[in-house]
Ligand binder design. Structure first.
Ligand code: BG6
Length: 473
């Protein structure tokens, strides 16, 4: 079975990493705006350091970013020229409800996205829309403590109902929360959570997780009521854990570590907390209302989406301690794999492994909504980037997912490469960690013309899409 002719070849972005215009068009401040670059980024992202507004000592790259706010027409035209069939983007919640708890939505924000969707329609691109890609209106963080508070569910569902109704003629594919498991590892990024002194952090995180899971189920319900044909997906920061050795203890640790992510998807895809999760939560005081069980049960997602950059490794042997970085959190270094310049390990077969694991576990269609290589690009004297390293990375991953589809029989809806156009890196805030097939002239300090230039990968991906993945050279 080859890839379906409706396979959604595409590219992915997120509002907070490319849009800019943080204070334009009536937009309110969001958690993602106030995460600075530099030494404090980690502390702020993990909710250990309170940064609820800008200060003069830090640089905040999301404020302007690559300014897609003003460039979206040009950007969509470039993507259309590449032949993209699908464009993954997110809506900035605080552009629609600037304070999160407003009575009425901000019409200017609603119109902004409607214009984008019209442009996508004109260019025959299917939008894949993430309802929240790490963003929470800052007012909800300050006033309610963000997702630790159950009130967030109604603010979120009001926002969801507003945008789904408004864009129902333009969008069919929706994701409720980007990388929902992020909240365990980077709570301010994933859920706007900043810890208070003496708080039981595990409990706060899992309480927030429960609220997001109920909110996600209610969003699915609202979506299906508006249009039963809408396709609603959950989204996991993927990449399975390998045991470092064949010691049974290592294998068990890999199971446990994988469950940290599956925890969320198990609920969103199956509609109930699995036993291992119930055992874990029973040790904490997690408040669940009696109606929650039914909400989760009745409103499971239609498909499972995930990001994949690399696999991970775990070990129970204290002598095996060489670590490396990775998406969301680090891992033991895998001696069999090469790494990117940022230490993320490159493992195309790991993508096929993940697809098979997710397929076996959930028996639902899958969608790879992020994959790509963050690298330092050096434009030549003509401003052209020959990114053969990126082409090679993507090619090997395409081969791997084609094997999963054609040999293993996995049902895969599409593939959107991460950062189709250069944008700000989520982990570091750097611009120099580039993923795009389109180069943007901007540096880590926010200097540059923001001019867009096609890279070598642009023409290559165009051929891949035109041949439905048959031509990969
Ligand atoms: C995922 C996120 O974590 O990985 C994206 O959904 C992010 O927002 C991407 O940009 C790549 O990570 P980074 O840190 O290299 O930008």
């Amino acid at each position: 079975m080859a890839l379906s002719k409706n396979f959604l070849w595409g590219g992915a972005t997120a509002a907070n990493q490319c849009e800019g215009g943080y204070n334009l068009g009536g937009r309110g401040l969001a958690n993602v705006d106030v995460i600075p670059t530099g030494v404090d980024r980690k502390a702020v992202s993990s909710g250990k350091m309170k940064m609820f507004d800008f200060d003069d000592n830090h640089f905040y790259p999301a404020k302007e970013s690559i300014d897609m706010y003003h460039h979206y027409i040009e950007d969509i035209q470039l993507l259309s020229e590449m032949g993209l069939k699908c464009f993954r983007m997110s809506i900035s919640w605080s552009r629609i409800f600037p304070n999160g708890d407003d009575e009425i939505p901000n019409e200017e924000g609603l119109q902004f996205y409607e214009d984008i969707f019209k442009e996508l329609k004109k260019n025959k691109m299917e939008p894949l829309v993430t309802l929240t890609h790490f963003d929470v209106p800052m007012n909800l963080v300050k006033k309610y403590g963000s997702w630790r508070n159950r009130k967030m569910i109604s603010f979120y569902t009001k926002y969801v109902e507003t945008v789904l109704n408004r864009y129902k003629d333009y969008v069919n594919y929706w994701l409720t929360f980007n990388e929902i498991n992020m909240l365990l590892h980077s709570p301010f990024v994933g859920a706007g959570i900043c810890f208070e002194d003496g708080e039981n952090e595990e409990q706060v995180k899992y309480q927030a997780a429960h609220h997001q899971l109920v909110a996600s189920a209610l969003a699915t319900k609202i979506a299906h009521e508006i249009n039963p044909d809408f396709k609603i997906g959950c989204m996991l920061a993927g990449g399975n854990n390998y045991p470092y050795s064949c010691r049974p203890e290592d294998y068990y640790k890999a199971i446990e570590k994988d469950r940290e992510g599956y925890f969320f998807i198990d609920v969103q895809a199956r509609g109930y907390y699995p036993n291992y999760a119930k055992k874990k939560l029973s040790k904490m005081k997690i408040i669940m209302l009696s109606e929650d069980e039914e909400i989760l049960k009745q409103n499971t997602v239609d498909f499972i989406s995930f990001s994949y950059y690399s696999s991970r490794v775990v070990s129970t042997d204290p002598n095996v301690s060489e670590e490396t970085t990775g998406n969301v959190y680090g891992s033991i270094k895998n001696p069999y794999l090469k790494s990117s310049e940022w230490g993320w390990q490159i493992d195309p077969l790991g993508l096929r492994n993940s697809l098979n694991m997710l397929c076996d576990r959930y028996q639902k269609p899958l969608f790879i909504v992020e994959n790509g290589l963050g690298a330092k690009d050096e434009p030549n004297e003509n401003g052209y980037v020959e990114d053969d390293y990126r082409i090679e990375y993507i090619r090997e991953h395409i081969k791997a997912f084609k094997d999963a589809v054609e040999v293993d029989g996995v049902e895969l809806l599409g593939y959107t490469t991460w950062g189709i156009i250069d944008l700000i890196a989520a982990s570091t805030g750097e611009m120099s960690k580039r993923y795009g097939f389109v180069y943007v002239d901007l540096d880590d300090e926010g200097n540059g013309t923001r001019k867009r230039t096609k890279k070598k990968s642009f023409e290559w991906y165009k051929k891949v899409i035109a041949s439905n993945g048959e031509i990969l050279e």
